[in-house]
Ligand binder design. Structure first.
Ligand code: FA5
Length: 342
């Protein structure tokens, strides 16, 4: 009797397995066979009804059918899985001959690049890099720099005032007094940052960038300043760079100099960019006026200093042969593309 049932179950379930068309249907057959109330499970439960002497034989017949069905299920399952894998491989095929998507690589802005290069050279020379506020007080921008209120030397820098006492800094020299108040000599600092003046032509922009340098120590002289600047310029522009030191005037340095390098446009022959001189003014510098040291609480009998202020936009123009300062700020993609280099 049970043997008859077993035969019937075996045939019925094998047909279901063979005819199933997907994994879900196959799973339904598995439940139908081996689930809690599955057909094969029920047979095993009914073993009590089999005569004891027949039980081993019937038991092994049930096991044989169980193994056979399990094997069929496994084979069919593998079939479905392989078909699915083949489908995926076909659908998700990557065409390695197709041209790849171009990744656009940007470039450093010439001014950011110059800031990096100059600060790197200065750090190599033992300078610390500091920052100062762009919205500055009249005191730090002018008075602490030995430029009293109503003094004619203020006219050298056409300044954007916010109130009578607050302004957009017209020079990074404003960090000098801030740092002198904070630090004990000897020290060497550089400060790159934005500066603002009411200026606009081929070499002047209302927003531009400077890099201030200040060294305070005993026995500092003009010779130290000149040799330091010469090394710095040659490292920046190359060994054969033409540099010119000119006497100048700044209220906060005494003596003062201005430093020029050969014009990138005419290479020294004279053009409208360099106003016919063949050279472009790059920075102001000098030996720190003892009054400035004293105002910030540094003993000018013991310590001396030198300071310099690079115009970074001009430094970039010379490095990258840019003839108009406005090109740096127009955001013209054709110009920026050229800055990518190789
Ligand atoms: C100063 O600003 C002094 N603070 C520099 C200094 C520092 C002197 C420490 C002594 C000691 P000057 O006004 O010359 O100096 O400006 C310095 C440089 O900034 C100039 O040589 C020029 O390269 C750049 N510069 C000045 N005005 C502009 C502007 N409107 N646009 C672009 N660059 C400018």
């Amino acid at each position: 009797m049970i043997e008859e049932q077993l035969k019937q179950i075996r045939e019925e379930l094998s047909t279901y397995i063979k005819n199933s068309t997907n994994l879900k249907e196959l799973n339904d057959v598995r439940v139908k066979a081996f689930g809690k109330s599955g057909l094969v499970t029920a047979l095993s439960k009914n073993m009590r009804e089999v005569a004891p002497e027949d039980r081993p034989k019937v038991g092994s017949q049930i096991n044989a059918v169980r193994s056979e069905l399990e094997e069929l299920l496994k084979t069919k399952e593998a079939e479905f899985e392989n078909a699915e894998l083949a489908r995926k491989l076909q659908e998700e095929q990557i065409d390695i001959t197709e041209p790849s998507i171009k990744v656009e690589i940007g470039a450093y802005h010439p001014v950011a690049d110059v800031i990096d290069r100059l600060t790197d050279i200065c750090v190599d020379m033992g300078f610390s890099v500091v920052e100062g506020p762009e919205i500055e007080s009249d005191y730090y921008n002018f008075e602490a720099m030995n430029i009293p209120k109503n003094h004619p030397s203020r006219d050298m820098q056409d300044t954007f005032f916010i109130t009578d006492e607050i302004l957009l800094r017209s020079q990074t020299s404003a960090v000098q007094a801030r740092e002198m108040e904070k630090r004990k000599p000897p020290f060497k600092i550089v400060c790159p940052g934005k500066t603002y003046r009411n200026d606009s032509d081929a070499t002047h922009s209302p927003i531009f960038h400077q890099l201030e340098g200040l060294v305070v120590d005993e026995n500092i002289s003009m010779a130290d300043l000149k040799s330091m600047l010469t090394i710095l310029m040659k490292r920046l522009y190359g060994e054969d760079t033409k540099i010119r030191f000119r006497p100048s005037f700044f209220p906060f340095t005494e003596p003062s100099i201005e430093v020029d390098v050969s014009c990138p446009n005419c290479h020294g022959t004279g053009c409208s960019i360099c106003k016919g001189t063949g050279m472009l003014e790059l920075l102001g510098a000098g030996v720190v006026n003892p009054k400035v040291l004293e105002m910030s609480g540094i003993d000018s009998k013991k310590y001396r200093g030198f300071a310099f202020g690079f115009g970074l936009d001009r430094t970039a123009m010379i490095l990258d042969s840019i003839s108009n300062i406005r090109s740096l700020y127009r955001n013209d993609i054709r110009f920026l593309e050229q800055m990518k280099g190789e």
